[in-house]
Ligand binder design. Structure first.
Ligand code: FIX
Ligand code: ZN
Length: 430
């Protein structure tokens, strides 16, 4: 009889079991998330029909307000001198400051590199004139299609303001809309500075006074109805300061209570609120000068509790508010939370928020929006976020498998669809 050496099996450590389970899903989940078209539900992009309002190309990317703020941290150029520069001169300064004199490791800088890389351009050469020449040869409509394809974005929701003097004439003249672009009716001036906005409404034929009389309110509703129809708006939208209170006897809270919420009920539209922004904390930085603070979310709880027939979309700017926001969404099914807004749209916070939201809400939320202001940005914003969403999902699927629930391909595809716009569309429909 042959002697066999005795093999004592060594049980894999818990750590290596977890690593194996992670590796088992990682590639598949990444592929599914990358291959699922996203509905980008909040951007500042425009359909090509809006002509010059649609920003794209290297100089618009470089002069994005995120990069402007970062440039002033390194450069001692006076604010006024910077603003007197042409767009190209600003872009040159930003490029040399953030990409040549320092390593472009901030999220906004890395975003430009991802975008150029995915477009097949060599940023490492540092040859900005050559990059500019490439962009000058692109045809805008074809280029939009290319960006959407590379980002795998199926639909883009714009942010549309009747109070924007450059945008309003396009709507008034009428434009041929591209089916890939949807609209959101943005009404910050109406709600946040009524005393200045009332005369504008009057001049457009809506009989309003500075006092919120019943007749004024019905004219505000007529204004909202006209613009909702004109834009075919999918939701009504406002950003709010951190101390915004509701209910309250203020113009803003009264306008919401008596005009906006009844309007949304009548048209079956969600009201999107984005609390936490402090506008112009440093006005010298212009668009780059907005700040933020933690919000008292009892306002949002009051919206949801006191208006059960209304639907609310919410994204909140402060990292410290995110846990409370998830808990609110667990309590109110008329609340749908979306995206990692602005200062939270950086990998470390996206990862933490996505993990927390999945743990508390499953897939009943929208994982991300791009907030892109320049078309090309959808390439990096979606590519960076998809990597994180896939990582968190992989970890969660490994956890399910460890509990004996091996998810199949169809289930994983369904989950990715829900997180990338499907849950939003269902929320809007029901
Ligand atoms: O209010 C908003 O919609 C914000 O997203 C913008 O105002 C902000 O300037 C921005 O671009 C953030 O990403
Ligand atoms: Zn925005």
């Amino acid at each position: 009889m042959q002697d066999f050496p005795m093999i004592i099996p060594v049980p894999p450590s818990a750590h290596s079991r977890a690593q194996n389970a992670y590796a088992h899903f990682a590639g598949r989940v990444e592929k599914i998330v990358a291959g699922t078209p996203a509905y980008d539900i909040h951007t500042h992009l425009y359909d090509a029909a809006f002509g010059p309002l649609l920003l794209w190309g290297i100089d618009d990317m470089l002069t994005y307000h995120y990069l402007v703020a970062e440039t002033f941290r390194h450069s001692d150029i006076p604010y006024d001198a910077f603003w007197k520069f042409s767009k190209k001169e600003q872009a040159d300064l930003i490029w040399s400051t953030l990409f040549i004199e320092h390593s472009p490791i901030s999220e906004a800088c890395r975003g430009i590199l991802t975008t150029l890389n995915e477009l097949g351009l060599d940023a490492r050469s540092g040859d900005l004139p050559a990059i500019r020449r490439w962009f000058a040869e692109q045809n805008p409509r074809d280029y939009i299609a290319r960006c959407m394809e590379l980002a795998n974005v199926g639909t883009i929701c714009m942010t549309n303001s009747p109070f924007d003097d450059e945008e309003r004439p396009f709507w008034e003249r009428g434009i041929e809309r591209d089916e890939w672009f949807t609209a959101a009716l943005r009404i910050d001036p109406l709600l946040l500075s009524w005393q200045q906005t009332a005369p504008r409404l009057s001049s457009w034929g809506y009989h309003v006074t500075n006092e919120l009389t019943d007749s004024t309110i019905s004219n505000v509703r007529r204004f909202l109805a006209d613009w909702t129809r004109r834009m075919d708006a999918r939701f009504v939208m406002v950003s709010l300061p951190p101390d915004f209170a509701y209910p309250a006897n203020t113009d803003s809270a009264q306008l919401i209570e008596r005009a906006v919420l009844p309007h949304c009920r009548e048209f079956g539209l969600p009201f999107a609120v984005m609390p936490g922004v402090i506008r112009a904390i440093n006005p010298l930085l212009r668009m780059a000068g907005d700040g933020m603070a933690r919000t008292n979310l009892s306002t949002l709880a009051n919206f949801c509790a006191q208006n059960p027939e209304n639907k609310f979309l919410a994204t909140v700017l402060s990292r410290e508010n995110q846990h409370e926001l998830c808990v609110l969404a667990r309590k109110f099914r008329n609340l749908h939370i979306f995206g990692c807004w602005w200062f939270t749209n950086v990998p470390s916070i996206i990862e933490e928020m996505t993990r927390m939201r999945i743990e508390l809400l499953g897939t009943s939320f929208t994982a991300q929006h791009s907030d892109a202001r320049v078309m090309d940005q959808i390439i990096y914003k979606w590519s960076h976020s998809r990597q994180i969403i896939a990582r968190v999902l992989t970890e969660k699927y490994a956890g399910l498998a460890a509990a004996g629930w091996e998810p199949n391909k169809g289930e994983m595809e369904r989950d990715a669809r829900e997180l990338l716009g499907g849950a939003f569309e269902k929320f809007c429909e029901t």
